[in-house]
Design a protein around this ligand. Structure first.
Ligand SMILES: Nc1ncnc2c1ncn2[C@@H]1O[C@H](COP(=O)(O)OP(=O)(O)O)[C@@H](O)[C@H]1O
Ligand SMILES: [Mg+2]
Length: 328
């Protein structure tokens, strides 16, 4: 299952991603966590010290390795240089699994120990001012997109991405890579406006979008969200003292998280499981190809000097059946 947390800065994406990851781990589910937020805080929210978080490898810095590995022996991809962030897998490509060792995880993932188990954490690396222009930002988030497009996930395995709801994820198609997208919204007009914008983009692509109300206090907040968001409102969380303690660097054991917040996390897991039941690998692959062709035409062909449409393997459908174990 692939799950994204999106929303306005400060709404609680990172906090809820980290709580959800802890919850999944407590339920013994294997998790790959990905920090693709502009402010890279997921490591800290999972309990890493500042030094540990700073030492996380940056996905963007390992793009050549990632491309070379994923390309495998795919004859349609002539070189790593001809691979853009939307290049889809095909026959000969190497695929990633949640629960395996591979060179991409070796280079880019670190194991984070939690109270109830451990997760793999990958991070895009910090964004700088210049990243928010065009090219570099693409390469950072592009590494995540390549991994998602080559990742075969089963029903009891989780990939959780803490993500910025920016225009880049819309242009590239990354926003369509998830079984469910949790839009974290505070009960404010700004929080809700991000939801409206996301909904607009998502509409034509069958994206399952659920709003998670955060920092909700009392009936008035709840009424506001219900009114603005309607049936898309999945669940709400209140102010959490557990989170407050974590922010002070003193997280209590996870089992001490408030019971109502724990229930809310289970609601998220149930929603994710329901969405995965609708996973249509054929459509998933088709959407990848759709965005690849779009990116090829708008900038990729010009940038690489290659006709990137020829990278599409018309017979290939990403699925568990397509993921044969790779030697080394
Ligand atoms: N449910 C909550 N209870 C208490 N504090 C919260 C809660 N959700 C978020 N916060 C606090 O709000 C701030 C912003 O949250 P964060 O997860 O970093 O937002 P984002 O990733 O969306 O920018 C943090 O200081 C976080 O601790
Ligand atoms: Mg954040």
């Amino acid at each position: 299952m692939k799950i994204a947390f999106v929303g306005k800065g400060g709404s609680g994406k990172t906090t809820l991603s980290s709580l959800f990851i802890r919850h999944l781990t407590a339920n013994e589910a294997p998790v790959v966590a990905v920090d693709a937020d502009i402010n890279q805080h997921l490591g800290a929210a999972l309990g890493l010290s500042d030094e540990e978080a700073a030492a996380l490898p940056a996905l963007g810095a390992h793009l050549p390795l990632i491309k070379d590995y994923l390309r495998g022996s795919n004859p349609r991809i002539s070189s790593a240089d001809a691979m853009i962030k939307t290049t889809p897998p095909g026959e000969g490509s190497r695929l990633l699994r949640v629960n395996e060792d591979n060179p991409v995880y070796d280079a880019c993932a670190r194991t984070v120990r939690l109270d109830d188990g451990e997760v793999r954490l990958m991070a895009t690396g910090p964004f700088t001012e210049s990243d928010l222009g065009v090219a570099c930002y693409h390469s950072k988030v592009g590494a995540v997109e390549l991994c998602l497009n080559h990742l075969v996930d089963g029903p009891d395995e989780y990939v959780v991405v803490d993500m910025t709801a920016g225009s880049d994820s819309f242009a590239s198609g990354m926003f369509t890579r998830f079984d469910v997208t949790f839009l974290v919204a505070e009960p404010t007009r700004k929080g809700v406006s991000v939801y409206r914008q996301y909904k607009e983009y998502a509409r034509d692509f069958g994206v399952s979008l659920k709003v998670v109300g955060n920092k909700v206090q009392g009936e008035d907040d709840l009424d506001f969200l219900r009114q603005e968001v309607g049936d898309d409102l999945l669940v709400t969380l209140g102010q959490s003292n557990w989170v407050r303690a974590m922010e002070k660097g003193r997280p209590p054991r996870f089992e001490l998280l408030e019971a109502d917040n724990r229930c809310a996390l289970q609601t998220l897991q149930d929603a994710a499981e329901d969405s995965y039941e609708n996973r249509d690998w054929e459509r998933y692959t088709r959407q990848m190809v759709h965005f690849h062709l779009r990116n090829a035409e708008s900038w990729g062909n010009a940038k690489t000097g290659v006709d990137l449409a020829s990278q599409v393997d018309p017979a290939f459908i990403l699925s568990e059946a397509s993921a044969v174990p790779q030697p080394g």
